[in-house]
Design a protein around this ligand. Structure first.
Ligand code: GGG
Length: 353
């Protein structure tokens, strides 16, 4: 009997409106031949809604998403609206309310894509980014606004439970991969939270004797991501470090336009959310040239999460096939439009490689 999933779609802002239909078209094509169906619940949430009614999503938005099987997000951000307003009005509340404490960001050099850095061709890593605490914290405030004494205090938040669960996830992932974990730290300069991070990571990894781990200062790790990217496998990092490192590695691998991301609630108490790493790219939005691979790859991660591994693998092979055949968007040095690239991927889904 065919399974039907309910997925909430938030295409959001800028190129999100262009790459989302491309990914949905491919997933629908796969559903037809893999005995599942998806009911897409379209949400017109995002910056235009903020301009129209003063909020990125309805007050009961979280409740509306809660009974779905997953959330498929495009991009968030619009020039003229401060980025913290758009992010904290939509993306971050969803991550937190649904305890999506793992932000999984695979990065590898795709066939047919020229890496930007010599020696990056063998790069195949996964960033396990802590996703609900750390440096992204609501604790703090501002005072004396507009006066010379003006002050802003931003309090990072690291909990033992928060570090343990993300480090445990990274360790279990490493057991299925190379058996190596690199932990991003800054315990030389950040005197409280980062030594704590290191201690808790050590404690968790001690329970995984098959996994070796190293602590690498984030500055040295950034340099290594450029100079020896293929030396990385599973990288566990705090919210901010993981965000920066995954953009950096995606660029090293060829383009941030291809990078996917899964915001996971591993216990499956709540829906998980799947999105490309890239943002709304207002500089190219509306021109039909955005790279849909990040959104498609995020869609493949969503299919895998739903238990549709075969369809997920077929989708990845199809966009890899299109890239190998030389069909590429401008960010990868090609001239294909979003529509042309999507048509190539769809043809491969229907007719094979
Ligand atoms: N793909 C969703 C999006 O627009 N992300 C942009 C962004 O700034 N994300 C910040 C984050 O992942 O914390």
């Amino acid at each position: 009997m065919s399974t039907t999933y309910t997925i909430d779609v938030i295409a959001g802002d800028g190129i999100g409106q262009e790459v989302m239909p491309a990914a949905i078209e491919c997933i629908d094509a796969l559903a037809g031949v893999n005995d599942f169906a998806i009911t897409w619940r379209e949400r017109d949430w995002g910056s235009q809604r903020y301009l129209d009614v003063g909020e990125m999503m309805p007050k009961n938005g979280i409740e509306e998403l809660a009974d779905g099987d997953g959330i498929f997000l495009g991009a968030v951000g619009m020039p003229g609206i401060p980025d913290h307003v758009t992010l904290w009005g939509l993306l971050i509340p969803i991550r937190r309310e649904f305890m999506q404490y793992v932000n999984l960001r695979p990065v590898r050099c795709l066939p047919g894509v020229r890496p930007r850095v010599l020696g990056a061709g063998d790069l195949d890593a996964v960033i396990v980014r802590e996703n609900v605490e750390g440096e992204y914290s609501e604790i703090g405030g501002r005072a004396y606004r507009g006066r010379p004494e003006e002050v802003a205090i931003q309090q990072a938040l690291f909990t033992r439970a928060g570090i343990e669960r993300v480090a445990g996830f990274a360790a279990r992932l490493a057991e299925r991969r190379s058996g190596r974990v690199t932990s991003a730290t800054k315990s030389n300069g950040i005197i409280h939270s980062m030594p704590f991070w290191d201690e808790v990571v050590d404690g968790v990894l001690a329970e995984h004797p098959g996994v070796t781990h190293e602590h690498v200062l984030i500055d040295a790790l950034a340099a290594r991501a450029v100079l020896k990217p293929a030396s990385l496998d599973v990288v566990v990092a705090s919210n901010l470090f993981g965000d920066i490192l995954s953009d950096l590695l995606a660029a090293v691998a060829g383009s941030i336009g291809v990078a996917p991301s899964a915001n996971l609630n591993p216990e499956r108490d709540f829906p998980s959310m799947f999105e490309p790493v890239h943002g709304s790219a207002p500089d190219i939005a509306g021109r039909g040239i955005a790279n849909p691979v990040g959104q498609m790859w995020a869609g493949a991660m969503m299919l895998e999460h739903l238990g549709q591994e075969k369809a997920a693998a077929t989708l990845v092979s199809a966009f890899e096939g299109a890239l190998t055949a030389g069909v590429r968007t401008a960010d990868l040095g090609g001239s294909a439009t979003t529509r042309e690239f999507t048509a190539e991927v769809k043809a491969r889904l229907v007719h094979g490689q």
